[in-house]
Write a protein that binds this ligand. Structure first.
Ligand code: AMP
Length: 304
């Protein structure tokens, strides 16, 4: 079952209370594709990079099972994000967003990938999400999307269009409140369902996630209790990749609520690896047995 992950593929410069690192692999699609490839295969990355993109990042993705044939290369500089986390590791300040190659990007899905059954519209401009979706032609497919506060503000209409055409939306807590116009997260989840997607996942950072399904179906998933965090960048994208990787590994283009619950738990566990080191370093290194050990312990911690 083919997974196609589209979104930003970035160079990140990140400062946290732990360290300050630059020229890192970043981007919503990079994290999501790498996470999906931990659980399923094949995974295809769709995005655009510039002439300054470090080769080692591409090699790492390739070595970890991410196919790069859908990655466009441009003569312009790469999309670059520079940000800083505050002491609590939840709040961050974006110092600079150099849009560069993303500014005039027109998404092109290569013919061989258009029939992907699992489609991930990772965080990117809603117009790019729509372009990608229009070219995905599998009769039976499962489409998930992520977004961010910027698009709620500057591309609200296109974002609403995206919501009508996807199966599952992943959104973080603050954005869910803003988008749904309520501080109550249960109401926010329900209001987002009413905008179109059959399933909504509200990410709660270090507290896990809320899963809202059809007919009032609801699940509350915690997060792995990390003792040390180095850099939470990309945790949400990793969560998204883990979620789709789980569904694809089961061929679940019409997942049951039980499958969605497992997908959310797996996403949450994979995201914990991402937070342990800068960029994708810890996620890259996490093997199957580390993942299963953490999953088993998490199950123990979550039941009573
Ligand atoms: P997250 O921590 O899950 O919000 O994801 C962080 C990643 O999103 C970073 O690696 C950034 O490169 C990427 N990013 C930041 N701003 C944008 C944007 N406007 N569009 C697409 N990706 C972005």
């Amino acid at each position: 079952m083919k997974i196609l992950v589209g979104g930003s593929v970035a160079i990140d410069n990140v400062k946290t209370p732990v360290a300050d690192e630059s020229n890192l692999l970043g981007g919503s699609a990079s994290y999501a594709a790498l996470a999906a490839a931990k659980l399923s295969s094949p995974v295809h990355l769709l995005g655009i990079i510039g002439n300054d993109f470090p080769q080692e990042h591409l090699e790492m993705l390739g070595k970890n099972g991410v196919d790069l044939s859908g990655l466009e290369r441009s003569d312009q500089p790469s999309f670059t994000w520079t940000g800083e986390y505050h002491e609590n590791m939840n709040d961050r300040t974006t110092h600079n967003v150099a849009i560069n190659v993303l500014e005039h990007w027109q998404v092109k899905v290569p013919a061989g990938l258009a029939d992907s059954q699992f489609v991930v519209l990772a965080n990117m401009a809603p117009i790019n999400q729509l372009q990608m979706l229009e070219q995905c032609t599998a009769a039976e497919k499962y489409v998930v999307a992520d977004t961010m506060d910027l698009w709620i503000t500057v591309a609200n209409e296109e974002l609403h269009e995206v919501l009508k055409r996807i199966d599952l939306l992943v959104i973080n807590e603050g954005e869910a409140r803003e988008f749904a116009g309520t501080n109550n997260l249960v109401l926010a989840g329900e209001r987002l369902l009413a905008k179109g997607p059959g399933v909504v996942v509200v990410k709660l950072g270090e507290f896990g996630a809320l899963l809202f399904g059809p007919e009032g179906a609801f699940f509350r998933c915690g997060a792995w209790p990390l003792r040390e965090l180095a850099d939470p960048t990309g945790a949400g994208d990793t969560f998204l990749g883990g979620l789709i990787g789980t569904l694809a590994s089961e061929g679940a283009t019409s997942p049951t609520f039980a499958q969605l619950k497992q997908a959310v738990v797996n996403g949450s566990i994979l995201a914990s690896f991402t937070c342990e080191n800068f960029s994708t370093k810890s996620l890259e290194a996490a093997d199957k047995s580390q993942f299963s050990d953490r999953l088993a312990e998490f199950q123990e911690l979550s039941r009573w």
